[in-house]
Design a protein around this ligand. Sequence first.
Ligand code: UP5
Ligand code: MG
Length: 196
Amino acid sequence: IDTNQALVLFVLGGPGAGKGTQCANLVRDYGFTHLSAGDLLREEQDRPGSEFGDMIKSYIKEGQIVPMEVTIQLLENAMTSTIKEKGDRKFLIDGFPRKMDQALAFEEKVVPSKFTLFFDCPEETMKERLLQRGKTSGRADDNEESIKKRFRTFVETSMPVVEMFEKEGRCVKVDATKGPEEVYEQVRAKFGERDV
Ligand code: UP5
Ligand code: MG
């Protein structure tokens, strides 16, 4: 199976910017398959017999980026089985690439992305959302201490990737501060302009 035939959009934005929430809308209305790198890592972490479980757990709690080989393999497996089982080839890759090496390796070895959908949101807002979600999410990184580390990694490690795509004219930026419906309206408008 040739993943080079796939249509890929990257979905980026800080922790709690609303990537997952907006991806669900896009799956419903545009027929994308949603692959969240974070979700795939959490699944792998909990898979009995996984050799990476403990490693993933500690990276996530510390807000660090898991070594790219693991994440890219999980994404590639998920893409390949989706193409094989359903014939679907349109993917939203959510929360990836969040480090330069991942971006370069994925576009070189798997498939270049069409563009990146970037949700721009101030830390104050993201923090409020994450702490709110943390009351029920059970996510090991939805606490003050991990959130602080996630923000730092985002600024230092992930923003350079977004800036690279911006320079290449391959970044579609959306203001993610308002409510979910208003944010989605902007996404739809920008997708119209880009002919998605
Ligand atoms: N909410 C959403 N939109 C809202 C809006 N417009 N107004 C008000 N509330 C809104 O939303 C978060 C919360 O806010 C929810 O309660 C939602 O209802 C509400 P969500 O849509 O879940 O935001 P999202 O951006 O998806 O936030 P998430 O916490 O998933 O972002 P992260 O990027 O931090 O998490 P991810 O799962 O992608 O990664 C987790 C960790 O995995 C990373 O820190 C890292 O350690 C590891 N990882 C890697 O190592 N490598 C990778 O490639 C990817 C991840
Ligand atoms: Mg998410």
